[in-house]
Design a protein around this ligand. Sequence first.
Ligand SMILES: Nc1nc2c(ncn2[C@@H]2O[C@H](COP(=O)(O)OP(=O)(O)OP(=O)(O)O)[C@@H](O)[C@H]2O)c(=O)[nH]1
Ligand SMILES: [Mg+2]
Length: 321
Amino acid sequence: MSSPTLKGLSPAELVARLRQRDRLALARVISKLENRDSDCAELVRQLFSKKSRSRTIGITGPPGAGKSTLVDALTVKYRAQRKTVAILAIDPSSPFTGGALLGDRVRMLRHAKDEGVYIRSLGTRGKQGGLSHASREALWALEAAGFDRILLETAGVGQTELEVSGIADLTAVVLVPESGDSIQMMKAGLLEIADVFVINKKDRAGADRLRKDLDSALKLPQDAEAAQNLPEILLTQANQHEGIDELLEALERRLELLQHSGVAQARRETSLLQEVEDILIERLRASVRESWKTHSGNDLKRDLAEGKIDPISVADLLSGN
Ligand SMILES: Nc1nc2c(ncn2[C@@H]2O[C@H](COP(=O)(O)OP(=O)(O)OP(=O)(O)O)[C@@H](O)[C@H]2O)c(=O)[nH]1
Ligand SMILES: [Mg+2]
């Protein structure tokens, strides 16, 4: 992945190459971000400096729903429109990084020689805060490299997906007829994050039923503005490339709508504020750990364990209050 010709390049030089679409430089930069390399801060400064015309589409949903198959099918369509595509797969559970999972890799082989497609996956390495930082920053790297569309795939349904949906311009939630009833989906927070719903595997029994359930769940009493912006529901059979044209059109329509209504800008701002907060919280954590060392930390820990002092008083002492 790393090229000898990149050795010794400064962050500014690496990013300059990345902006020229040098794939090795792009891969190198993302790896450094993922590994929280000491160059990270400087890389981010360099990456963040320019406005981007890239649009990021988050694709999320339960394991095996067909997200990767959809991403592949969408990529084919975007390429037919001469749009460049970056695919970023975020796998919170996987310790493996630097390449797509095996099945995906086979499926993606068809794009291997296409300069207009870049595929990358990110694991979390179990570091706190690692996922959100690395994934946000990796997106900035892909934006700096000028991809028209960035497809961000996240596996599973949980906190990570909700978090990741915050960094995409638009989130498509993929469900399958087996996904269960709409009440469960509401509980999982999916209704709130979805801009577009995809019911994939429409060849299976229950797709229409799910569409009806979803439709009525979405139409529960809403204010007039919300009612106007209800997410569209699309049915697809991704492995046969069925319904993909309609899905792409719906995604593009929604991107346009979000752009014009100012929602896109508001989301970006919220995401950036969140990033600043994450950075500050991480720094505070580090400084808290440090203060246990510098003060009479061990004595305090013992007193706390023996009930001689309460937690609030310990915090006051550690923070110098
Ligand atoms: N019957 C049917 N199978 C499909 C359809 N779309 C995808 N599949 C199959 O479903 C399986 C899972 O597809 P993936 O695209 O890997 O699903 P995924 O959501 O990316 O899975 P994870 O990344 O593991 O969460 C594969 O065997 C696909 O071939 C469909 O529309 N109908
Ligand atoms: Mg997948």
